[in-house]
Design a protein around this ligand. Structure first.
Ligand SMILES: [Zn+2]
Length: 417
């Protein structure tokens, strides 16, 4: 349903290509390259002008595209440009995070019109009640009649077909009928997706770099929890029962620290934000004990407010100010990240790994150790050199991903059986 057309490598369109596929190719070209003339469409797709004229007329009649502006031409009549109709089509995006819930009303081009935000309520019933009333408030915004759906991203496993949250460990939610509940309350189509998959889709559909080849890659979120969104051949991989991509819960150490899933020693338990903070606190205590022998273990245990104040961002600030323990805690997280990323590379061989989440604030300390582990634990030079890059837009990517859940089906390739 959401397979993205590769505009650099689609099979040459012909008279035999079904009309619907040709329409989708035109939409994909406009999405990636912006305003384009009929002549350029015909040239790029390798089909006669007459066929483009017919298809464009149909798309104009359906209201999916619009005319706007003229191209520069050295001589003769200047061609009229065509582009996606996005400014008066709207979507609501809802990002349910462990601590905050953020909502946006955006147009189909990803331009934000209004935003709402509140502290996430742990009880799913009250949380969904709050989400519904906030969505209604957003839709009351002038000019939002054209809202075509609501996209919701959740930090956990989601049956995206039914909109059911199967298990979101960091929220403590299991079997929450999120999609149906919101649809009943809002009377609109609701799309629900795992956060990392939605971030990957945002990268594909509303990406910062147009034309970036994003058909085979992994989006790795390292936050309170750890999530993986996997795109293969331009399509999200969800697995038979929507539980694929749970790399956050591959074990790195059977006797390791407890994890949100109830097991011990998972990738997430070593690399989450709280794992990094705990590592810092433990090193700090040890160093103080070394400096003052005789201090009892636990005598200088951090207070709850001190713990609550700490974050990866705060550790990065301290590391920058010369706090060696902070730098070491971030670097050690990088080491575990590298071990997990090597496992992802060995299993999936992605073209690249895009990293989003709290850890990116401390990336300058984590990166080198991560790369060292990847080089040591992958089996070919090309695997060892798998590029990984930080997503500078996170956490906005989550919200853009929520919007992309509504936008993508409109511009996606039809499923070819
Ligand atoms: Zn786990």
């Amino acid at each position: 349903m959401n397979r993205k057309i590769d505009t650099q490598d689609f099979q040459r369109a012909t008279r035999d290509t079904p009309r619907e596929v040709n329409r989708r190719i035109i939409l994909a070209l406009m999405r990636e390259r912006g305003p384009i003339s009929r002549a350029d469409l015909a040239r790029t797709m390798g089909v006669p002008r007459g066929m483009i004229t017919t298809l464009v007329r149909e798309l104009l009649e359906k209201g999916l595209i619009q005319e706007g502006g003229t191209a520069h031409a050295p001589r003769g009549r200047r061609p009229v440009l065509l582009q996606l109709r996005s400014h008066d089509r709207f979507a609501v995006g809802v990002d349910i995070r462990t601590r905050r819930t953020v909502l946006t009303l955006s147009d189909f081009g990803g331009e934000e019109i209004a935003r709402e935000e509140f502290e996430t309520l742990r009880n799913p019933d009250t949380e969904l009640q709050e989400v519904a009333s906030r969505v209604k408030a957003l839709l009351a915004t002038a000019g939002a009649e054209g809202c075509e759906g609501v996209g919701v991203v959740v930090p956990g496993m989601v049956d995206s077909r039914t909109g059911r949250v199967l298990n979101a460990p960091t929220l403590g939610w299991r079997d929450v009928d999120l999609g149906a509940t919101l649809e009943a309350r809002l009377g609109r189509t609701v799309y629900v997706e795992r956060d990392a998959v939605a971030c990957a889709m945002a990268r594909m559909w509303l990406g910062e770099q147009p034309g970036e080849r994003t058909r085979d890659f992994v989006y790795l979120i390292v936050d309170e929890g750890v999530g993986v969104g996997l795109i293969v051949n331009g399509q999200p991989v969800r697995g038979r029962n929507f539980t694929a991509g749970e790399f956050g819960h591959i074990p790195l150490d059977l006797e390791g620290p407890p994890c949100s899933c109830g097991q011990r020693g998972c990738f997430e338990a070593f690399t989450s934000e709280s794992a990094t903070v705990e590592r810092y606190l433990a090193t700090g205590s040890q160093q103080r004990r070394d400096a003052e022998p005789g201090t009892e273990e636990g005598a200088d245990a951090p207070t709850a407010p001190e713990r609550a104040h700490l974050s990866v961002l705060e550790l990065a600030n301290r590391a920058r100010a010369g706090d060696v323990a902070a730098a070491e805690a971030l670097s050690e997280t990088g080491r575990y990240l590298g071990v997990g990323m090597a496992a992802i590379i060995n299993a999936l061989n992605p073209a690249r790994i895009v990293v989003g989440g709290a850890i990116t604030a401390g990336w300058e300390w984590a990166e080198e150790r991560a790369r060292r582990e990847i080089v040591a634990r992958t089996l070919t030079p090309s695997a060892a050199g798998t590029p990984f890059l930080v997503d500078p837009c996170y956490p906005e990517t989550r919200l853009r991903g929520a919007v992309a859940l509504v936008v993508a089906p409109a511009f996606a390739a039809p499923q070819v059986a």
